[in-house]
Ligand binder design. Structure first.
Ligand code: NAP
Length: 495
């Protein structure tokens, strides 16, 4: 019986989390780190320690790469139909265990259960989608312009992949990489975030149960992500780095990967504009803003970070948004009524507080919230700020919390210029009653993803990713996600 089966009854109580942290997952085996050191996992709603996980060393990382290398040939030659069926089984098991997984995510990340349930459904969908893609990988066949030979293009698994993921979507950021990598025929080492490792280990046990062979997926946690990742990238058998996290760490990893000319996919930070034109449906724009801002309590790379509202609708929008934000129930994620959970760490709360103080010092007005509540845990009250000036730090930096900064604008060109005034380019949102204008503005806003009259863009069937310093490459979508884990091989054929 594996850890998932042992915990199938795990309901809304923390239960025995030790079962989710019994070792590094290497070569289908659970083992302590080479030194026996551990990393504490903290409940952000109380600050108390929930569990501890092994702290991997360079030797452990080498063992994980070795295991992935040993499994590589068997997995790349496994029939696509068989790979597809295993991925499909991963999807089914995730759906069967969704309540347990959502509770676990909610415990270690702090997010509201309703958000955690949404994440599990989204994360599982990457397995279903890639199970369908695994049997549709095709090549190309053509004739050379000179007529001398045929051109055959074969798509092959790129090789061993190192996957590094953040804490804000502990399940989905991992499955968005693992599922296409496995569909393509690659073996992987996942390094999840230190704050939320339990979900990654729970999923590893689930993959094993679904039939993923030993060594195909390896999971290691470490408090030294820089040296451990660098050591894995230095192994010549590693050919891919797929990273989701901050732009700063992404830059460091791109430099590290450059030393070995390793293919990189980078899903980095965001600073999404949310533009509301006068002709937008007010209630729909408010619904969309609440989703775009408050999914995951604002701890999302796609979160609306700058809300630009045209003058004619501004005051009604500000009033409606403040009413909705102030009414949100703040509490521990695992409590059924909670709508806004804690932030991930005290440091994250301090950053949000600093950004709000900076904005108010520069003239922004607090319409609701704006404070750190007393008591245990890492909470920040849902906040709406009006008249946030363009030079406020939060106009440039990710807030990553439940703070909605409003600014007024007059013209379409002003809205576009302000939306593009950032180094980031991940998501953007536009609300207007004129679809022609919506499409026109969408074509000029510099972002990889646009929500037009829609506050949610994430969809496994659509290519997810950013432009500018928000990243390189795409995850999900028809062929896009899987293509990141394949390499084209061209064969010139004379016959
Ligand atoms: P982070 O600090 O960049 O960490 C992300 C991952 O990188 C973690 O596993 C972390 O490990 C690891 N890491 C940290 N320093 C490293 C280094 N020098 N070398 C190798 N790995 C290193 O980001 P985060 O705070 O976890 O996540 C929030 C950020 O992720 C935000 O900027 C958000 O916008 C972005 N994000 C982007 C997307 C997207 O799809 N574009 C999706 C979600 C989140 P430790 O946990 O051990 O430090």
């Amino acid at each position: 019986m594996n850890v998932i089966q042992q915990n199938a009854q795990f309901a809304n109580e923390p239960g025995d989390l030790g079962a989710f942290s019994k070792g590094l997952y290497i070569d289908g085996d659970w083992r302590p780190s080479a030194t026996g050191a551990v990393i504490a996992v903290v409940d952000p709603s109380t600050g108390a320690t929930l569990a501890s996980v092994p702290d991997a060393t360079l030797d452990d990382a080498a063992a994980a790469v070795e295991a992935a290398a040993r499994a590589a040939e068997g997995w790349r030659t496994t029939a696509p139909r068989k790979r597809s069926e295993i991925l499909r089984r991963c999807f089914e098991l995730m759906i069967e265990r969704s309540e347990m997984l959502a509770t676990l995510i909610s415990l270690e990340n702090g997010k509201a259960l309703r958000d955690a349930r949404g994440e599990v459904a989204y994360a599982a969908e990457f397995f279903r989608w890639n199970a369908e893609e695994a049997v549709r990988i095709s090549g190309e066949f053509g004739i050379s312009p000179a007529g001398t030979n045929r051109i055959v293009v074969d798509y092959q698994p790129i090789g061993i992949c190192v996957l590094v993921t953040p804490w804000n979507f502990p399940a989905a950021m991992a499955t968005r990489k693992i599922a296409p990598a496995l569909a393509a025929g690659c073996t992987v080492i996942l390094k999840p975030a230190s704050e939320t490792p339990l979900t990654a280990y729970a999923l590893a046990a689930l993959y094993e149960e679904a039939g993923v062979p030993p060594g195909v997926v390896n999971v290691i946690t470490t408090s030294s992500p820089g040296p451990v990742t660098a050591a894995m990238l230095a192994d010549p058998r590693v050919r891919k780095l797929s990273f989701t996290g901050s732009t700063g760490v992404g830059r460091t990893l791109l430099a590290e990967a450059a030393k070995h000319v390793i293919s990189c996919s980078m899903e980095l930070g965001g600073n999404a504009p949310f533009i509301v034109f006068d002709d937008a449906d007010l209630e729909e724009a408010l619904d969309g803003a609440m989703i775009a801002k408050m999914r995951n309590a604002g701890e999302a790379c796609t979160a609306a970070n700058r809300i630009y509202v045209q003058s004619g609708i501004h005051d009604a929008f500000a009033e409606g948004l403040s009413r909705r934000m102030a009414a949100l129930k703040v509490g521990a994620g695992r409590e059924a009524a909670t709508e806004c959970g804690p932030m991930i760490t005290r440091k994250a709360v301090d950053k949000i507080d600093r950004l709000v103080k900076d904005a108010t010092d520069r003239g922004a007005r607090i319409l609701c919230g704006g404070t750190v509540p007393d008591g245990a845990g890492f909470f920040y009250l849902p906040t709406v700020l009006a008249d946030v000036p363009p030079d406020a730090e939060m106009a440039r930096e990710e807030i990553f919390g439940p703070v909605a900064p409003l600014s007024r604008f007059e013209t379409e060109s002003e809205a576009i210029a302000r939306a593009n005034d950032t180094e980031y380019g991940l998501a953007a949102y536009i609300y207007t009653g004129d679809v022609g204008r919506g499409l026109r503005v969408a074509s000029r806003v510099e972002a990889g993803m646009i929500g037009l009259n829609r506050g949610l863009v994430s969809d496994p069937a659509a290519p997810f990713g950013g432009v500018k310093q928000s990243g390189l490459g795409r995850e999900g979508g028809q062929h896009h996600g899987i293509a990141e884990f394949m390499e084209a091989k061209y064969i010139a054929v004379d016959f």
